[in-house]
Design a protein. Sequence first.
Length: 282
Amino acid sequence: MTPNAKRTLGHIVLYAVFVLIAVIALFPILYVFLASFRTDEEIFKYAFPFTRDTIFPVRWTVENYITIFRDFGFGMAVMNTSIVVLVLIPVNLLVASLAGYAFAFYNFKGKNALFAIFMVSFMVPIDSVALPLYTMITKMGLVNTRWALILPSISNGLAMFLFTQFFRGIPVSLLEAARIDGANLREVFFRIVVPLSVPIFITAGLMIFVNEWNNYLWPLLVTRSQEMRTIQVSLAYFKDENETFWSLVYAAASISTIVPVLLFLPLQKYFVQGITAGGVKG
């Protein structure tokens, strides 16, 4: 076999492996999406043996989507989650970028210790601080309000770390030249630093969006009424005393999944750029 033939064969095998991995990764998502157009009876009827009807609906129906919005208040859950996300993304980006700007370009007493605290903050799991945080929110009288979902997440240590690392790659001479030309601190930040940092803003924004969109434990603790539930919490309520309505779960899960996917796909180039730049500069 010639070297070119070996290289071609190697590429074919490699692509075949990639396709197999992609199929394995995407199959659960495809199954959930298609199952959302079926009834519970049909899902269980064609579960075994594995045939074409196991995956593809025999009788397509959109009744599941109508039911979750009409009878289970899923629209309110979508609205609550959207409000929380739309508030937290700009607030987090502003706080994290300003903190990163200070850590990257200024020297002050306790800087390293404070930076270490921020670093530790995103390594601590929510489970370990949920009880004291819940006690604090209860004393403030914010349980079962959107403020209980928003206030504990107004800063993000990981986003701050990424901004700090990215800003360290911006030449200080560029900022000094702007100051010499008469720009104040606000103008330097918003007119020079921010335009140069679009990839990291998109990266941090996507990370915050996914984290809050998929947040389950904290909303479960602080939301008690159906009107305050978020998407992930609502997914646990498509059932009664005797059974789980899997077709409704699949419909709600499809909506929960498709929004992050549609947001990530057109922005994945910037996401990779931001992760790469923010992770290696220092």
